[in-house]
Design a protein around this ligand. Structure first.
Ligand code: UD1
Ligand code: CA
Length: 453
């Protein structure tokens, strides 16, 4: 990577009215990360880790979202929304600090890839003063057209200002731009609002730059990279593209995904090679899966760490703090929250483990419930190694069950069970020979008496 310094100006002052939302547009999530944080991540990876964030509504929340991924952020309020060049100039102080490169990106364009930004910066390093990121959409209507002459980019004409012949141009402005830091403010200060919308267009720096004898170039980037989010329909489309990209990257990195289109990752899902993912799995944030693990169908995982060769599901729910050691098994209709499951331990069916530790090799029977909450406080259940918890057991926390202990099925355990002990916590069974015959006769007589009434 280049040693040139770089400032990224993220424009996020738009109202986003078409989202029809109380939440600012750029805070809507893709892969569970706000749109604007995706943008920040991309510029950060391209070396633009000093960020000038231009905001309008919801400034604090937008800043926090960006700060969650990149720390060097200054916030610049654009009080009136007078156009993209005006927005960039809201960050004048940051630009004036003096950078080799300036990347101007839109806060609502989350699929921008680092490679495209790298390419734009490489052109600046090669001597360009303005680099425009162009693309070829299926339908160019609405976009600024890149007007070229003799292989040179001479102007960007906004849709509303374009002539009929200019409207036929298919090469469009993706909106993102890279500017040589030296002279950037000079260019921007020359932009006026003499156009159809009465806005200060960032795109005017192309003509201004040419007039000043600067080197202005366009590069072409993939259509997917510059998709802007304006409506929830576009939000879902962008999510789909993000998921497709990530599934592909995962598979190429050695993860087996049987039906990729049915597995949904979060932005930070970590999956090692030789993990196998069956169809229909959803990941919330903060999941990591070690090599050799298998996640069976219809499982929902969030904030969970899955050890090597562990098995999860089908139909398992792992909530934050679920921590499965090597070869641990969590089966169908099992919910695990804030609980460590030891090496090779089995939690096969119909169980809730919350605020618990389970030792290596322990078997938790079907229907076991940790009663970890009394309506006010949470309490811990500690289960040792090699224990056997019989089916349908309620473990009333706080509680400990020692190593190699045995708990009888159907128990309600309220007191600690020492190591190697056998614990019963259930009513005694009473058997009365022949009484079923008597009982049937009595009930039949009662029924007949009712009929006769
Ligand atoms: C812009 C480009 C157009 C390009 C298109 C690609 C200009 C003049 N036009 O048009 O050539 O084809 O993007 O999608 O740049 N913003 C502010 N403050 C403002 C105005 C805009 O922060 O005063 C932000 C918006 O929140 C948004 C971005 O800048 O994130 C782009 O603004 P928008 O009005 O959507 O520009 P377009 O008309 O789509
Ligand atoms: Ca737009």
């Amino acid at each position: 990577m280049t040693s040139r310094t770089c400032l990224s100006v993220i424009l996020a002052a738009g109202e986003g009215t078409r989202m029809k939302s109380a939440l600012p547009k750029v805070l809507h999530p893709i892969a569970r990360l706000p749109i604007v944080a995706h943008v920040a991540k991309a510029v950060h990876s391209a070396g633009g880790s000093d960020i000038a964030l231009v905001v309008g509504r919801g400034a604090d929340a937008v800043r926090d979202a960006v700060k969650s991924v990149v720390s060097n952020v200054t916030v610049h309020e654009q009080k009136e929304r007078l156009g993209t060049a005006h927005a960039v100039l809201a960050a004048r102080d940051a630009i004036a600090r003096g950078y080799d490169d300036i990347l101007v990106v839109f806060g609502d364009t989350p699929l921008i890839e680092t490679a495209a930004l790298d390419q734009a910066r490489a052109r600046l390093a090669d001597g360009a003063d303005v680099v425009v990121m162009g693309f070829r959409p299926a339908n160019p209507a609405g976009y600024g057209r890149l007007v070229e002459k003799n292989g040179k980019l001479i102007a960007i004409r906004e849709d509303k200002d374009a002539s009929e012949s200019e409207k036929k141009i298919g090469f469009c402005n993706g909106g993102l731009m890279a500017l040589r830091g030296a002279g950037a403010l000079q260019l921007l200060d020359k932009v006026t609002n003499a156009n159809a919308k009465g806005e200060y267009y960032l795109t005017d720096v192309v003509e201004i730059g040419n007039a000043m004898g600067k080197s202005v170039v366009a590069i072409e980037i993939a259509v997917d990279s510059v998709i802007g989010i304006n409506t929830r329909v576009e939000l879902a489309e962008a999510e789909a593209i993000w998921q497709t990209r990530r599934r592909r990257a995962m598979m190429l990195a050695g993860v087996s995904i049987q039906a990729p289109e049915t597995v949904f990752f979060a932005h930070d899902t970590l999956v090692e090679a030789d993990v196998s993912l069956e169809p229909n799995i959803v990941f919330g944030q903060g999941v990591s899966i070690a090599s050799g693990a298998v996640i069976h169908s219809f499982s929902y995982l969030e904030g969970a760490r899955i050890g090597p060769k562990a098995e999860v599901g089908p139909f398992a729910r792992l909530r934050p703090g679920a921590d499965l050691a090597e070869k641990a098994k969590v089966g169908n209709f099992v919910e695990v929250k804030n609980a460590k499951i030891g090496m090779g331990a089995k939690v096969g069916h119909l169980t809730y483990l919350g605020d618990a530790t389970v030792g290596a090799g322990t078997n938790i029977g079907a229907g076991t419930i940790t009663c970890n909450y009394d309506g006010y406080n949470k309490a811990l259940t500690e289960i040792g190694a090699g224990t056997f918890i019989g089916s349908n057991t309620s473990l009333v926390a706080p509680l400990s069950v020692g190593d190699n202990a045995y708990v009888a099925s159907g128990s309600v355990i309220t007191q600690n069970v020492p190591a190697d002990a056998l614990a019963f916590g259930r009513a005694h069974q009473v058997v009365k020979e022949g009484r079923a015959v008597e009982l049937r006769a009595r009930y039949a007589a009662q029924k007949n008496a009712k009929k006769a009434e």
